[in-house]
Design a protein around this ligand. Structure first.
Ligand SMILES: NC(=O)c1ccc[n+]([C@@H]2O[C@H](COP(=O)([O-])OP(=O)(O)OC[C@H]3O[C@@H](n4cnc5c(N)ncnc54)[C@H](O)[C@@H]3O)[C@@H](O)[C@H]2O)c1
Length: 335
């Protein structure tokens, strides 16, 4: 069985990816420092899959820990999720973000080269596109100057990967640019665990409906969109996990020193107000929300052109926005 190291594997997207890998005959080895997740996720993964995955609690900037892992397992590929992701915090503490997000990639690449570990899938983000002039965005859409240190770490990491592959280290890499991951595992055993006040819309919606937050504020209804609220491309986390499985499997059949990048979204944009409506419909809950002023730095609208990932990786999303809202709500209820 091919063993794949999942850094950040106890986190939101990493944990769902571990399940999809296992279901397809790959063995996840999880490395996570639990800075934004909990050890209970490893138990939940066992409940879902019936398998206790090898778990290393530690920092993927720690080279000696990586040595220990490669000493104990024959790792053939890596999916690198581990990163800090709070945009606002990254503005207040940029060095923390550069050190963790960029630093960990450098340590990993050096280790992979030395240990002859060939395949890497990297978590990038549609944030690299900023507010594109033409929609939907393709992978050829020019990247824009990042709005935050967090966004910049994703751009820098992509650039590092391009340069590294050019140096012919004997490695194959795919960067996946995620749009807006939402939803939870249909079993309701794993999902997003935002610590403190959520930065993302859907956890805010479900927490408001659950009574944890009083009210949801919609940031602006006077944008040049059909209903005036911002538009994003919401992708169910299980579909996103499946994209990682396809990417890591595809890499195995490529020549060495390969690099490519794929958008992962549904190809559809939904407005904030449409997401609220979808939530109310599937949950039967009336959401307490108000319209507030625009939030500085918000992109008006962005959604993906997914032709490339459809054609090259044979990947298509299976879940609808309503499925995502149902699974997010069920997850919130178990929390
Ligand atoms: N969720 C999103 O909206 C989104 C969108 C685009 C890209 N991404 C990227 O996808 C990746 C995963 O995001 P997520 O939503 O699952 O986040 P998450 O915070 O739930 O998961 C990240 C995991 O990495 C761990 N971690 C962080 N730094 C670490 C380190 N140095 N060593 C070991 N573990 C470490 C955290 O404890 C956490 O479990 C991140 O790279 C993120 O930037 C996320």
């Amino acid at each position: 069985m091919r063993k794949i190291l999942i850094t950040g594997g106890a986190g939101f997207i990493g944990s769902h990816t571990a399940v999809e890998l296992w279901n397809s005959g790959l063995e996840p080895i999880i490395l996570d420092d639990l800075s934004n997740s909990s050890a209970g996720v490893i138990d939940s993964l066992e409940e879902i899959t019936g398998k206790r995955f090898a778990f290393y609690q530690g920092d993927c900037n720690d080279r000696s820990l990586l040595e220990k892992i490669s000493g104990e397992h024959e790792i053939t590929g890596v999916i690198h999720f581990a990163a800090f992701k709070a945009v606002g915090e990254s503005t207040a503490f940029p060095l923390k973000y550069y050190k963790n997000n960029v630093g960990s990639l450098l340590v990993l690449l050096d280790w992979m080269k030395e240990k002859n570990i060939k395949d890497l899938v990297f978590s990038s983000s549609c944030t690299v596109y900023g507010q594109p002039e033409v929609l939907p965005v393709t992978e050829a859409t020019p990247r824009q100057e990042a709005e935050s240190p967090y966004g910049n770490t994703k751009k820098i990491c992509e650039d590092i990967l391009v340069d590294f592959v050019k140096s012919k280290p004997g490695i194959r890499v795919i960067s996946l640019r995620y749009f807006n991951p939402v939803g939870a595992h249909p079993s309701s055993k794993i999902g997003e665990l935002p610590l403190g006040t959520p930065n993302n819309l859907v956890p805010f919606i479900t927490q408001t409906a659950a009574g944890i937050r009083k009210k949801l504020t919609v940031f602006g209804d006077d944008y040049p969109t059909p209903d005036g609220s911002c538009i994003r491309d919401y992708i169910h986390v299980v579909d996103l996990a499946d994209a990682h499985l396809r990417a890591i499997s595809y890499l195995k059949n490529q020549a060495m020193d390969f690099y490519d990048v794929f958008n992962v979204g549904t190809g559809r944009g939904n407005s904030v107000l449409e997401v609220i409506q979808a939530f109310e419909k599937v949950s039967g809950e009336k959401l307490n929300f108000e319209i507030g002023p625009r939030r500085p730095g918000d992109v008006i609208q962005v959604w993906a052109d997914t032709t490339k990932i459809n054609q090259v990786l044979g990947w298509y999303p299976k879940f609808s926005l309503e499925d995502s809202m149902r699974d997010s709500w069920n997850w919130q209820k178990t929390l």
